[in-house]
Design a protein around this ligand. Sequence first.
Ligand code: AMP
Length: 406
Amino acid sequence: MHQPPEQTKHFEDLGIARNFLEILKRLHFTTPTPIQEKAIPIAIAGKDVIGVAQTGTGKTLAFGIPMIQRIAIHKGKGLVVLPTRELALQVEEVLHKIGSALGLRSAVLIGGAPMGKQLQDVRKDPHIIVATPGRLLDHMEQRTVSLRIMTIVVLDEADRMLDMGFAPQIKKILAALPRERQIMLFSATMPQDIVRLATQHMKLPLQIEIARSGTVAEQVDQEFFMVAKEDKLRLLDTLLSQYRGTILIFSRTKHGAKKICRSVAGMGHQAAEIHSNRSLNQRKEALSGFKSGKYRLLVATDIAARGIDVTGIELVINFDIPDDPGDYVHRVGRTGRAGQVGKAITFVAPDQRGKVRDIERLVRKNVTLSQTPELPAHRPSAVHSPAPRHARHYGAHSPRQHRRRR
Ligand code: AMP
């Protein structure tokens, strides 16, 4: 018999309840992303899931839809543990968007926010709690939250939580859960400590790998510039006049982020900064200003930028190459989201070639390292397109010319 070609599935094929399908339709979610297509049916069936997927692949709905549906049908409560405040607020926003019509109540428990409001929220008996590990533990210790009632638990960006030193908190959280629970673990990379965590605490989890562990979204064009430290700001200045869309700039330190933000503001750009020296309100304002277009540029450190979900970021600039190649994958994953084309440019100081090799190993790709283009002595008054003086390559790639944009 003739076999029909394998087709992209629809949300209708994944076991989602009819009323929920209506909500997705109303929100214009028509076709599931690959992680949603694979994770939703398994998670709706109540099984443990490990999802190896980068941010931007649609994983919030991949766990959000099954979580809300199972809570609506089987009762019980949900818990989402994730590394940063920003990600917590974003995830809760998504859950609220899809769940409010079904009467879903949720609470966000994050550091830096007043305890009083959180106490009020937990007293309202939320169906889902979205929390960062430290503040969740505070609530557990003060007995304002009990994890004994949690039937569905999501560990989002698990690799990042371990990198941030949250392993002891995660252990305590897992130990406080009831024996009968469903766990969904999402991580962009799968280091050994995550595998260990999963084998110890999950029941025959099904592993779904969307992008290979450590791969960068296919649709991100990546470029590396060899640039002396003292020339970085001038190179940045040149790039900021070449690219006209929204740009996310990464700094290794919070002091660096502050300095970059001040410098680009001096170059006449609307910029905001997001790092741990900013208050929660300042960080929220920076993020919403970046989303609304008030700020074209956002300067961020790795931790603060986790989970930033802004569509249409044209360019990610790694002003400082990250120490950890895993951070490179996360940073670059901010552009080229949900099928769009993105671009990432990384500044490499002459003594940082080893870091480029670490990145190449993780992303399994050879990269071209271009020399600093000719830079103007002063801020250019017109759009300027530099050509690289030399190009040094690693591996078999041919040199890529620095193209004129627009
Ligand atoms: P996430 O990885 O959950 O942060 O999602 C990344 C972006 O993809 C968000 O802006 C989502 O709104 C969007 N998104 C998620 N699922 C879908 C879908 N099925 N169709 C279109 N966009 C989606």
